[in-house]
Design a protein around this ligand. Sequence first.
Ligand SMILES: Nc1ncnc2c1ncn2[C@@H]1O[C@H](COP(=O)(O)OP(=O)(O)OP(=O)(O)O)[C@@H](O)[C@H]1O
Length: 409
Amino acid sequence: MSRSPSLPDRPRLDLDPEMSDAERLDAIRQHYERMVRVNEELSERLDETDDRREELMEEVDHLKRRNEVLKTSSLYVATVEEVADEGTIIKQHGNNQEVLTEPSPRIRKELSAGDRVAVNDSFSVQTVLDDETDSRAQAMEVEESPTVSYDDIGGIDDQVREVREAVEDPLLTPELFEEVGVDPPSGVLLHGPPGTGKTMLAKAVANETDATFIKMAGSELVRKFIGEGSRLVRDLFELAADRQPAVIFIDEIDAVAAKRTDSKTSGDAEVQRTMMQLLSEMDGFDDRGEVRIMAATNRFDMLDEAILRPGRFDRLIEVPKPGIEGRAQILRIHTRDMNVDDDVDFEELADDLDDYSGADVASLATEAGMFAIRDERTEVRMRDFLDAKAKIEDNEDSGPVMAFTDYQY
Ligand SMILES: Nc1ncnc2c1ncn2[C@@H]1O[C@H](COP(=O)(O)OP(=O)(O)OP(=O)(O)O)[C@@H](O)[C@H]1O
């Protein structure tokens, strides 16, 4: 950018005391004329500056808009194959297409072979992404041997039995299914309100079968970059095949398997692609050996029927909130390690915990323990449970602790 020439000097008026009045008048007149010229020159420069300023504002606007477009339009994920003098070779995920591209000098400095990058429609590298193993590790939770057992789950005995039949038996006695000539269910979908023990069920079955438990949240599969979600799905199934016996558990499956809407935004298209990948992994599931797949949702009404077809999530198990007996059982489970006073009547308590989920009952027990500690006692009394209940319900204007009123079934 060229620098503007310096501003005109301010005219000076030099009046000599020796001057006659006429000379003085003439000097003042000349000074006035010089002032007028400088003023004109400055006005011109001001106009020029205003024009330039306007031009620059327009340029800023344009750049802002371009930046927005770059930020919002979908980008594709690719891996850098080679950084050479002639350019950088990248391989796009999904279609494995190799492209020679010329990144900007700033980006080029950061690149090395093996990096994951996001590219736009014209394969220009926009950003270098986090290490893939990091993002995979963040997205999946792997437990070699979960410690939850069936004894830790209360109030949903029928569901435990169904899960054992659908997941445990095919893993432990596959030959029985072969002999009888029936295919075990492909996938088991647990549906019901939050905090009712769905995750516990999946962990317990993995524990019981000595299987690796691999959990992924559906929301983790909804990724920003095209191809990333489906890649994670492939990784998930590959990891399970490597670690078999394994139980895959996809929590909040509704995030990737919601009914199709009419909107055609690229984000929706990407979610669709991820779901398609999930369906195709499930369709090719027969050859996957000792891997069982489970999923959970508390928005069953939102699911796309495609995922419920035979060969996919074809065993549906509803996991409801516990009834009175169930709540008493869950109270007993969660106070197993507590020193509970003889005056505590779990049945009476459970009778008064309408609409509590298993998780709500668990926090009630913890809160009761806290009341005893505050009172410097080691045994927990009926009064503590009642105080805990009052506190929890006080905190929630509308019912029990996480009163899951938005739950739609
Ligand atoms: N049936 C139950 N028996 C014993 N404890 C339970 C039961 N249900 C829930 N809990 C307690 O609540 C916690 C949360 O349960 P869990 O994560 O299994 O619920 P979820 O149904 O998977 O919930 P979300 O839908 O929110 O993922 C458990 O760690 C446990 O302490």
